[in-house]
Write a protein that binds this ligand. Structure first.
Ligand code: ARG
Length: 566
């Protein structure tokens, strides 16, 4: 049992009809540590016990046993404050980190539950842009967070690999395409001819008619149409995989929209049988006016399926295949309505799991110069962005540490780490400002700052020789404020992972790692680690080791590499 569990146990024995889990989760860590290391507020109990909260606090504190490791219990107004014996506190937390190493923080909180995460999901033959970066990075972090706390995450890349754009692309390719150019420039060339199609179609609407014809051929299984389509998908996947490789991201499934082609007829029948399908201007829809939403489009006038039809079919398929506890969709918030609509259709179909579908929206990316990257607007290519971040990282490394080995690899880790960290730094709904200078500032709350702190800890350990880290440590030597602060941050790490999962918010982990780095850097500046005498040196090295381990684990959960030298 850790401190909080022991406090919860002692409290629940002193409170009639207590719910120990609820007590556990109400225990707080005061922001002003002169008020104790843990605090239990009694406001909630007032309703049940029908007494004033301060009186309840007083009565419980008199009745309860002192938990192990607690030095002093004090009542201040409605709070019961607990003061830990610092040596016990430090020892417990450090021993736990040593025992579990990179596994520290991981738990079986979600054991036995599957969570499907639908993220990245770019559109074939269209560029992978900065908006897809957010989905990719947030989704990957959530994937790792859920896995770390015992869920089984299933990562799905719901590729946009079917739909009207392919009819247009086939026409464009047949008219203006060149095989070699496509093979050389992949998506850039495809999107060039795609844009050209739109320009030409404005003058010449017959092109649209032709494109529809090709789409129908695709739907009917025409070989020429499908061969071209498959080729476009392969070309696009090559680029996507290059980016995923650099971001170190893999998916468990790449079943995109086209996978549902032969599964939609049954779903449309089901919608019809359950009396939900109505006609509107020749199209088939589910009327949602009762729920204050525009209709959900199921079939186009020509019988073609649509984005919502594919999502509904995919959800039913995923429930059957993965029996998910939650199925989570990570997209920009401009898709809020789309998800609200088809989630409603699932509910109206009578699926009791409709409440387990979760849309996790995120804000836009602003490019610092005021331009926004939206679906229609100005598109910024992902690879250009990664390249410029890596180049800038390389320049900084060249200035700071020109003799570093392996500079190229480290610049890649730092540049990409900076992009990811910046994306995960705030609550996801906030817009992200894409400012290379800021996100690569080694002194800011940035990826490079965290990586640098990690490298600093590694360097201390290298100089000390790893053999210095052992369990035979006098923990009472670490009772100074800076050391205790480090341990406090370490101790909260497991809960932060759980909190991040409950809110679908990776920034909770990001900020926690920042807090750990700040606490460690204060400790590092206040104390001499290697220069202190033997026992103290041993204790401080142990603390450094624990910090290094947790930074490493936190960064890897966020999808960021942690070089040992920078
Ligand atoms: N391909 C879509 C886009 O780029 C995102 C798909 C999100 N996932 C989903 N199941 N709808 O906007």
């Amino acid at each position: 049992m850790d401190f909080k569990e022991r406090i919860a146990e002692a409290l629940s024995k002193a409170i009639a009809d207590a719910d120990k889990n609820e007590i556990y989760s109400s225990i707080e860590i005061p922001s002003d540590l002169s008020k104790g290391d843990f605090a239990f507020p009694c406001f909630k109990l007032a309703k049940v016990l029908r007494k004033a909260p301060p009186l309840i606090a007083k009565e419980i504190s008199e009745k309860m046993d002192k938990p192990d490791g607690i030095e002093k219990i004090e009542v201040v107004n409605a709070y019961i404050n607990f003061y830990a014996d610092k040596s016990v506190f430090i020892k417990e937390i450090l021993v736990r980190v040593f025992e579990r190493k990179e596994e520290y923080g991981k738990s079986d909180y979600g054991k036995g539950k599957n969570i499907v995460i639908d993220y990245s999901s770019p559109n074939v033959a269209k560029p992978f842009h900065i908006g897809h970066l957010r989905s990719t990075v947030i989704g990957n972090a959530l994937y790792n967070i859920f896995n770390a706390i015992g869920y089984k995450s299933v990562g799905i890349n719901h590729l946009g690999d079917w739909g009207t754009q392919f009819g247009k692309l086939i026409v464009a390719y047949k008219k203006w395409g060149d095989k070699e150019a496509v093979e050389r420039d992949d998506i850039k060339e495809l999107s060039r001819i795609y844009v050209k199609f739109h320009e030409e179609a404005k003058e010449n609407p017959a092109l649209d008619e032709e494109a529809r014809g090709w789409l129908v051929k695709m739907q009917q299984g025409d070989n020429e149409a499908l061969d071209l389509w498959r080729w476009f998908v392969d070309i696009s996947m090559k680029e996507f995989n290059r980016i995923y490789g650099r971001l170190n991201i893999k998916f468990d499934s790449y079943k995109g929209e086209s996978f549902y082609n032969d599964k939609m007829a049954a779903v449309v029948d089901e919608i019809k049988e359950k009396g939900l399908l109505t006609e509107s201007e020749g199209a088939r829809i589910v009327d949602l006016s009762e729920f204050n939403m525009p209709p959900c489009l199921i079939l186009r006038r020509d019988g073609g399926t649509l984005y919502p039809t594919r999502d509904i079919s995919a959800a039913i398929y995923r429930k059957k295949t993965y029996d998910f506890d939650k199925c989570v969709y990570i997209t920009a918030l401009d898709q809020n309505l789309h998800f609200a609509q088809w989630f409603k259709v699932i509910e109206l179909l009578g699926y009791e799991w409709s409440g387990d579908l979760v849309h996790v929206p995120f804000g836009l990316v602003s490019l610092g110069d005021g331009k926004l990257s939206t679906r229609s607007g100005h598109v910024v290519l992902m690879e250009d962005i990664l390249n410029s971040a890596v180049e800038k990282a390389a320049t900084i490394i060249e200035e700071k540490n020109p003799n570093l080995d392996n500079k190229k690899k480290i610049a890649e880790d730092v540049g990409i780490g900076a992009v990811i960290f910046n994306d995960l730094y705030n609550s996801r709904i906030k817009n992200v400002v894409f400012d290379l200078g800021k996100m690569l500032n080694f002194d800011g709350e940035t990826g490079p700052y965290v990586q640098y702190t990690h490298a600093r800890a590694c360097s201390v350990l290298r100089k000390a020789g790893v053999s210095d880290v052992d369990f035979d440590i006098d923990f009472s030597l670490l009772r100074d404020e800076a050391s205790v602060d480090v341990c406090r941050v370490l101790s909260e790490y497991p809960e932060k992972l759980i909190e991040a999962s409950e809110k679908y918010e990776p920034y909770i982990v990001t900020r926690h790692i920042i807090a750990l780095c700040q606490a460690f850097n204060k400790f590092y500046h206040d104390n001499s680690i290697l220069g202190s005498d033997t026992e103290l040196r041993k204790a401080r090295i142990a603390l450094t080791y624990a910090v290094k381990t947790v930074i490493y684990s936190g960064l890897s959960i966020l999808g960021i590499n942690a070089p040992r030298e920078m």
